[in-house]
Write a protein that binds this ligand. Structure first.
Ligand SMILES: Nc1ncnc2c1ncn2[C@@H]1O[C@H](COP(=O)(O)OP(=O)(O)OP(=O)(O)O)[C@@H](O)[C@H]1O
Length: 387
């Protein structure tokens, strides 16, 4: 027995006004179509997907934001004869796959939309009797080991047993563009993913700290971008690299040693802000989390944002490292980020942990930051041609 379609469900979209929901549904539909060949029909808060290749579709749906769950299903007509034949065929498949047998307590769960000459309960009782007749397994509505779902929608009835979890969130491309500061570490890929999950298009911006970092950092950044791109079907995911070594040289030469990391981060935010304006992005994303490392004390986080003209969003700000790592593992960036890259040798032995805005402003003047960041901005390398 072959599946005839995949039924996907969305969550938050259902809470939007009809006009907004319509727009989000169209974006979701075009993102799905960009991921694999299929026909799509969206109806009554369900997405009916008819893919050319089921295996491909099932693997790709895990990476489409906006989808809360999905179920490969078989369809039939909404009358007892056809439902009986189809439930029976579906059972053969379940038995073949070892999912149900004569001692599996089971339940039929029915939902019905439209006018029919039977109620949901009557249909559940009928379909349950088909299963009992065929297998003799016990019905258990409160604590079943196996559930079969039947959804009747007007003339069509769908039968399935799985509700596979999707990534949730909002369709990518519905919330505007952001510049995301992506390093080669664990946190920033997770921060980027979380903003994509909320529907934001991303331009990844990486600072190449050569000669203070090794080429491995750049390789890791590229692999992280490839992994994040796999979640961006239907929407461009662009990336840019800034040559930052000269800027760091100046920080080390002309400002107090302990200020290096503060000036480094402040310069990153400013350049990201310039890029945001240039590319019509609405803000900047980073992977800061209060107190996680010496550079991320609250005074440091706040002082490095002084004088930045676009909003900076830090979706990890209140998360623990373990929570962040859990997401990194789930989204497939953890193993890349964990590869040893030698770190950054520009980090001073005793970095500033209680940055004071006035002293930070003085340090910025010491290095003539404005001029340096303009130069660094001019060195931005385009990593892709999609515009
Ligand atoms: N080389 C870089 N290129 C782009 N962004 C960077 C770079 N280094 C740091 N950032 C940004 O600044 C944030 C804080 O960096 P920091 O080095 O203080 O913390 P971290 O915990 O090591 O972060 P991560 O795990 O993301 O590297 C990062 O999450 C990232 O968004």
């Amino acid at each position: 027995m072959e599946y005839s379609l995949i039924i996907a469900r969305y969550g938050e979209l259902g809470l939007k006004s009809p006009k907004v929901r319509g727009r989000f549904e169209r974006k979701l539909s075009s993102n799905i179509k960009a991921a694999f060949n299929c026909e799509i029909d969206i109806n009554q808060a369900r997405i009916f997907i008819f893919p050319e290749n089921f295996d491909e579709a099932l693997s790709k749906l895990h990476k489409i934001f906006g989808i809360v769950s999905f179920s490969p299903a078989i369809s039939t007509y909404s009358n007892f004869d056809d439902i009986e034949k189809t439930v029976s065929k579906y059972l053969d498949k379940l038995i073949d796959e070892g999912l149900i047998s004569s001692d599996t307590p089971f339940a039929i769960r029915c939902r019905r939309v439209g006018k029919h000459d039977f109620s949901s309960q009557e249909l559940a009782a009928f379909a349950g009797s088909v299963v009992v007749k065929k297998l003799g397994c016990p019905v258990d509505l409160t604590n079943p080991r196996f559930e079969i779902f039947i959804e009747v929608r007007d003339n069509e009835t769908y039968i399935f047993h799985e509700k596979i979890k999707g990534p949730g969130g909002l369709p990518l491309g519905t919330q505007g563009k952001l510049i995301s500061l992506v390093s080669s570490g664990i946190d920033s890929p997770v921060a980027t993913y979380l903003m994509m999950k909320r529907g934001c298009e991303i331009i990844a911006l990486h600072f190449d700290n050569d000669p203070y970092t090794k080429p491995k950092s750049e390789e890791k950044f590229e692999s992280i971008v490839e992994q994040l791109k796999s979640y961006s079907s239907g929407v461009p995911f662009r990336s840019r690299v800034v040559k930052y070594g000269n800027y760091l040289n100046k920080c080390k030469e002309d400002a107090p040693e302990k200020m290096t990391c503060i000036l480094c981060k402040s310069g990153m935010y400013k350049i990201a802000g310039m890029l945001a304006k240039d590319m019509n992005a609405l803000g900047v994303v980073d992977g800061s989390s209060v107190g996680q490392v010496a550079s991320q004390t609250l005074p440091n986080i706040l002082a490095t944002r002084d004088d930045v003209e676009v909003p900076i969003l830090s979706p990890l700000i209140g998360l623990d490292k373990v929570e962040i790592e859990k997401i990194a593992k789930k989204i497939g960036t953890y193993d890349i980020s964990k590869e040893y890259d030698g770190g950054c040798s520009a980090v001073p032995r005793y970095p500033e942990t209680k940055a004071d805005i006035e002293r930070v402003r003085n340090a910025k003047e010491d290095i003539n930051q404005e001029e340096l960041i303009n130069k660094a901005f001019g060195s931005i390398i385009f990593k892709d041609s999609v515009e």
